[in-house]
Design a protein around this ligand. Sequence first.
Ligand code: HEC
Length: 208
Amino acid sequence: MRRLLLASVAASLAACTTPGAVGERPKASASELDKVTAVLKRDFHERGQAKMNRVELDEVQRLCNLNADNPPAEAAKRIEEAQLKTIKFPSGSLMGDWQRAEKVAQNGRGSMWSDKPGAPAGGSCYNCHQISPKETSFGTIGPSLLGFGKQRGNGPEMQKYVYGKIYNSKAYNACSTMPRLGYAGTLSEEQIKDLVALLLDPASPVNK
Ligand code: HEC
């Protein structure tokens, strides 16, 4: 069985990026991206929940990689429109149960070779966001969502935005670093509705 050679991937990545000014994120060229993908395809193998499809870049990831996450406005708009069409909005209320959601927000498991096949995944929201005031350990890659519903309201349009953002973040920001949790099949419709309630329900600790 082949093992992933981290050193080999790191070396290819280093060789594949064109250096820019200090502090500037380097842009990759199309041929460089292809080279890196070829190394990943050679060295990764499918195991459990970890599938090879994640090695393939889709149109959005390719465009963002080629433009250091800052593509021309027209291209970004086109991508956002196409990504918006991928969102399957459930009919009826989009607010689930905020009490169930905290566990999903906390849980960072899923899509790893070590996860049991078929076991439900989490949203790893706390890796990037502050959410409930009770949880004091959180990442800061994304904005704080504390008081989200109180500040932004919880009407149908806001529910739709939050559902959509969790389902496919790139529909609202083409090169968002937030994972596309519904689009990728990581979270179920019910889990996403519960998270909408966690952020918007006036009874949720987030809005106390
Ligand atoms: C890898 C980091 C990451 C993870 C994991 C992540 N997010 Fe985000 N999220 C971001 C970033 C960065 C932004 C801001 C940029 C953007 O809008 O794309 C954001 C934006 C948002 C917004 C929009 C905020 C606004 O002011 O409009 C919501 C809502 C949100 N995230 C909810 C969630 C929820 C719920 C989860 C868990 C299911 C989650 N995020 C997981 C990084 C992340």
